[in-house]
Structures are given as structure tokens and as C-alpha cells.
Design a protein around this ligand. Structure first.
Ligand SMILES: [Zn+2]
Length: 223
């Protein structure tokens, strides 16, 4: 399988032309060094050999962790909700029988965030529910908060960056107990064990389409 494309690129600063390597597959099991490059946002950075200017050049790519059994397809600005991998002669692409987590992301921050969630071993469906619950509560004190962005789990907390006007302004730490609580409720839902042989987007739209948030809130309120 072809993993790297070579592409001619013109430096926006000095207009020097050079060749950049675009990775269309990032297999962190075969090439472990790539994981940090993705998490630290270096995977799409290219340095001009003439003036040292760094440019970010995004390209569609498939992140694959064979040990942790997940794939995240970064398909830039796509309107698709899901993407089915064509099943090859070697049966690659058929994940129906495997315990694989398959995700689709259409923007760069979302791609890095999803990789971080799954790499840390979190159930990203639960985190998605939590994001909505925490945001709703936060907006009562901070109405301008428009989104939350998962950045990690220091000392047992779940840490989200608070986004205002498209920019991170501060962070909130949520005790992991809340995650465990939501996970316990969610476990009983059919969506928790549903198997789909396609890379799917898990986001606010998914929460709305499935009505999961409402169902979870009802249970929490009843407790
Ligand atoms: Zn340059």
C-alpha cells in the first residue's frame, strides 16, 4: 500500500519550491514515532529548506493503531457522516468481526482530539456525551463558551479546553467519577455495543440523531 505521496510545494514566504512528503497512512504500530507527531500537531508541518518557514499542509490520512484496534480517517472538510473502507483481496477493510473502533474526522483539531481520546483508552462515545453535559452546565456561568475540546486526563481528571470565539481561553477539569457514571448509564444503551463496518463521525449531530443525550439526562435527573 502506498503510504507517502511526494508533492511539489511552494513556500508562501520565499516562494522557494520544494518537495514535501504527504502521509496518506499513519500506522503507529509499524512506525511508533508518528504518534507524537500527530498529537503534537507536527505531522502536517513542513519546513522550507531555503528560509526555514514552517507551513502546515493538511492532507487526507488514515491513522491506524493495530494494537489498540482503532482507526481515525481524517477527510478534510468532508460532508460525509461515514466512510466505508473498500474491502481488499486480503480482507482488509472488513472490520465487522473485529473489535475495532472506526472514526471519521473532518477538521484538524477534531482529528487530533479523537486520536488522543482513543489512544488514552477512553470510550470516545462517553466523552462526547460528557462534552455536551459539561458544556451545558458551564454555559450557565459562561454563556459565551461555545465548545469544549478534550486535551487529556491529568491526575485522574478529564480536562477540556473552553473555546470562546473559536479560541481556547481556559480549561475545566471534571472528576473522572462523572465519566464513570456516564459510562455506566451508557453501557446499557444499544449504541454502546453497536457494530458498524464503517468509519463514522461521532459528534453533536450523532448525539442529536440518536437522542442519546436526552436519554442520559433523563436517567441522571431521575437519580
Ligand atoms: Zn521559504
Amino acid at each position: 500500500m502506498l503510504r507517502i505521496y511526494k508533492r511539489e510545494f511552494e513556500c508562501p514566504q520565499c516562494h522557494h519550491k520544494f518537495t514535501i512528503n504527504e502521509r496518506i497512512a499513519i500506522n503507529v504500530t509499524l512506525d511508533p514515532g508518528l504518534k507524537n507527531k500527530v498529537l503534537k500537531g507536527k505531522i502536517f508541518r513542513h519546513t522550507c529548506p531555503n528560509c526555514q518557514q514552517e507551513s502546515i499542509v493538511l492532507n487526507n490520512t488514515m491513522y491506524h493503531d493495530m494494537q489498540k484496534h482503532f482507526m481515525v480517517y481524517f477527510m478534510i472538510a468532508s460532508k460525509e457522516r461515514e466512510y466505508r473502507i473498500p474491502i481488499g483481496a486480503d480482507n482488509f477493510g472488513n472490520f465487522a468481526g473485529d473489535d475495532y473502533i472506526l472514526r471519521l474526522e473532518v477538521d484538524y483539531n477534531g482529528f487530533r482530539e479523537r486520536v488522543r481520546m482513543l489512544d488514552m483508552g477512553f470510550n470516545d462515545l462517553v466523552l462526547e456525551i460528557m462534552r455536551a453535559l459539561v458544556l451545558k452546565e458551564l454555559q450557565q456561568q459562561l454563556p459565551e463558551a461555545e465548545d469544549l475540546f478534550f486535551i487529556g486526563a491529568p491526575e485522574g481528571d478529564i480536562r477540556f479546553q473552553v473555546i470562546v470565539d473559536g479560541k481556547p481561553v481556559r480549561h475545566v477539569d471534571i472528576p473522572v467519577d462523572m465519566y464513570t457514571k456516564v459510562e455506566k448509564i451508557f453501557e446499557k444503551f444499544p449504541e454502546a455495543t453497536e457494530k458498524v463496518n464503517a468509519l463514522r463521525r461521532i459528534d453533536r449531530q450523532w448525539l442529536e440523531d440518536t437522542g442519546i443525550l436526552e436519554r442520559i439526562e433523563k436517567i441522571i435527573d431521575a437519580e
